[in-house]
Design a protein around this ligand. Structure first.
Ligand SMILES: Cc1cc2nc3c(=O)[nH]c(=O)nc-3n(C[C@H](O)[C@H](O)[C@H](O)COP(=O)(O)O)c2cc1C
Length: 197
């Protein structure tokens, strides 16, 4: 299957430096682009949003919205799918991810697919955070695909420049992206045929 014509917004969780997130992001974007996806990235380390005080939909005058929030809003609006790339802190979703998502209305994400790619330095691959991600992704009106792509001990299975050292990663990415593409195309057809959107 090809993802030509599909656009994803990749939301990173980790805002640490240095971090394992970078190699996971490099691997995932490389796989997605190879399949034809257009990829926008929202990285909490780069956008450096304050801990939520004023969500974008609370501004009375649109001219007062900080440009960084408008830039992210444009990526959210353009997306056919949201891909959460998340670590796990204290068995929870990381604050950088929650903070980014909460700056925007839950309706900003509506009627698009979402997927969860999680990783950790340990043996559980961030799966406990992923299960919380499922709830969150439903609350922001996205359709979370069934497959969760978890990467345990990612420091041993991906090189710093995002090259896989384990076949599990290659087959896992393929399965995950096949499914994401199927659901994303299905929802895109539905959105394109809905005159009210
Ligand atoms: C505050 C904090 C909490 C953590 N909690 C967990 C955890 O609950 N489960 C886990 O598997 N690893 C946990 N770790 C270890 C992370 O898997 C590891 O630090 C990983 O590198 C985090 O991803 P990052 O480097 O992209 O930030 C934690 C790390 C930090 C800094």
């Amino acid at each position: 299957m090809s993802a030509t014509g599909l656009r994803a917004c990749l939301l990173l969780g980790s805002a640490r430096e240095p971090r394992l997130a970078t190699r996971v992001l490099t691997f995932v974007t490389s796989e997605m682009k190879r399949r034809g996806w257009e990829c926008d990235i929202v990285d909490p380390l780069e956008v450096n949003l304050p801990v939520l005080q004023t969500p974008v939909f609370f501004y009375k005058n649109p001219d007062d919205v900080p440009p960084v929030l408008n830039d992210i809003a444009a990526k959210i609006k353009a997306a056919d799918a949201f891909v959460i790339i998340t670590c796990e802190y204290n068995n929870c979703l990381p604050p950088g991810l929650l903070n980014t998502i909460a700056h925007f209305s839950p309706f900003a994400y509506s009627k698009r697919t979402s997927s969860i790619i999680c990783y950790s330095a340990g043996m559980y691959g961030g799966i406990r955070a992923a299960m919380q991600g499922r709830c969150l992704l439903g609350e922001i009106n996205t359709v979370s695909i069934p497959n969760v792509f978890g990467m345990p001990k990612v420091q041993d299975t991906l090189t710093e420049d995002g090259k896989p050292l384990d076949d599990h990663l290659v087959s896992g990415a393929e399965k995950h992206l096949n499914e994401l593409e199927w659901y994303t195309r299905a929802l895109k057809v539905a959105r394109d045929s809905d005159a009210s959107l």
